[in-house]
Design a protein around this ligand. Structure first.
Ligand code: ADP
Ligand code: ASP
Ligand code: MG
Length: 408
């Protein structure tokens, strides 16, 4: 008998018919004698619909009230799935995040899990129930409902698996594992049998939304056995996220191509080139709680320099407003911005021991006439910022150039 945490995403519970199918799958695991905690997302499209409603009332919804609204999506699915399980003759009980007591900090819409009370879940499991928990939500110390950021149900699943010391955490979604890139963009993308935490963390943080980044962080930290699988297929091993690099096989240099359309670029032109200027620009941005990703500063030869960085697209207007004030303060010439950019990244632990990845990447983009606006690298990734119109082409040609479409 194993204790398994399963998480089903929005598409997997998108209709009552699909919820019934999920219940059948869970019933099969139960029959095999396993204990099950099941985390579900809201039905597909529901979270977007709820955010849309909130925005019809307030252009920038109050974060506390927004969490009250969007957390209702998951409350519907836990109730429906529990009913469907009962119809399968399986004992089931649903819990909201607040009822479990998934304690979070108070950063509404992007809260972090601090602690999980597992007593009532353990009790129910011992009594033979399947425990169904609402993903994406928690409660802060003061009793306010919080949510964990888009895609947050993955993190609920992994955090529960860590707290319960589950044997495995299975993330069921609409693809049968983690691919070399998003299979919706590149049909030739290949499913990976295994990927290291390190690589998965980079892929997730660089835009591969198949797993929320915090869920991967949690799994790595608490050594949760994590697997991504399809809820639409009967069998299949999915993709295992592993701690170790697989030494029995020749590592591919690149494991995957990730991309992100959610960024925007800001440039301060004609910045006086003197010590402390980066701090004078980015200090106020940090004070406004805005996250900065890539940064580029050119060496100035005429006493001035240009300073560019990227932010999340939803924070573009706020960042620009901050920069307009900074500009006057530091005596810069102009602030310009570009919302139609994208970031494309090649990720792979094999990069450490293989030089020449960057040049192959740049050559491939050059051959397609794609201009690179910004570059950043780490030990296991190379990212470039491009005009958004080149996103799909760039992902496709890089996927091919690194031979990710070929079975290794
Ligand atoms: P869920 O609703 O189940 O949480 P998501 O939409 O959040 O599902 O994540 C699954 C989707 O992630 C897939 O449909 C796929 O389009 C996308 N995706 C992006 N990058 C990858 C990748 N490298 N491997 C697999 N899927 C990916
Ligand atoms: N329903 C939430 C969202 O759409 C959480 C999740 O699906 O993981 O982001
Ligand atoms: Mg998701």
């Amino acid at each position: 008998m194993a204790l398994i945490v399963q998480k089903y995403g929005g598409t997997s519970v998108g209709t009552t018919e699909r919820i019934k199918n999920v219940a059948k799958r869970i019933a099969r695991f139960k029959k095999e004698g396993h204990q099950l905690v099941v985390v579900v997302s809201a039905m597909t499209g529901e979270t977007n619909r709820l955010i849309g409603l909130a925005k019809e009332i307030q252009t920038t919804p109050d974060p506390r009230e927004l969490d009250v609204v969007v957390s209702t999506g998951e409350q519907v699915t836990i109730g429906l799935l529990s009913m469907a399980l009962m119809e399968q003759g399986v004992k089931a009980r649903s819990y909201t995040g607040q009822q479990v007591r998934i304690l979070t900090d108070n950063s509404h819409t992007k809260a972090r899990i601090l602690k999980i009370d597992e007593d009532s879940i353990r009790q129910d499991l011992d009594d033979g129930h399947v425990v169904v928990v609402a993903g994406f939500q928690g409660v802060d110390e003061a009793g306010n409902i919080t949510t964990l950021g888009r895609g947050g149900s993955d993190t609920t699943g992994v955090a529960l698996a860590a707290a319960l010391r589950a044997d495995e955490c299975q993330i069921y979604t609409d693809v049968d594992g983690v691919y070399t890139t998003d299979p919706r963009i590149v049909p030739e993308a290949r499913k990976l049998d295994r990927i290291t935490f390190e690589e998965m963390l980079e892929m997730a943080s660089l835009g591969s939304k198949v797993l929320q980044i915090r869920s991967v962080e949690f799994a790595g930290k608490y050594k949760v056995k994590l697997r991504v699988l399809s809820s639409f297929q009967e069998d299949g091993e999915g993709t295992l996220i592993t701690v170790e690099e697989d030494s029995s096989m020749e590592q591919p240099i690149i494991s995957g191509i990730a991309f992100n359309r959610d960024e925007a670029k800001l440039t301060v032109l004609g910045v006086p080139d003197r010590p402390g200027i980066a701090y004078q620009i980015l200090g106020p941005i940090a004070d406004a709680n805005l996250d900065v990703d890539m940064i580029i500063q050119n060496v100035g030869y005429d006493g001035t320099t240009d300073f560019s960085f990227t932010v999340n697209r939803s924070e573009f207007d706020n960042a620009r407003a901050v920069l307009e004030q900074v500009k006057t303060h530091i005596g810069a010439r102009e602030v310009v911005g570009d919302k139609s950019i994208c970031k494309v990244s090649a990720v792979g632990v094999g990069m450490r021991s293989h030089p020449g990845v960057a040049s192959r990447m740049f050559r491939t983009l050059a051959e397609e006439g794609i201009n690179i606006q910004m570059i950043s690298t780490s030990e296991i990734k190379i990212s470039v910022v491009l005009d958004e119109k080149y996103l799909e082409l760039a992902v496709r040609v890089l996927h091919k150039a690194f031979e990710l479409d070929q079975v290794s």
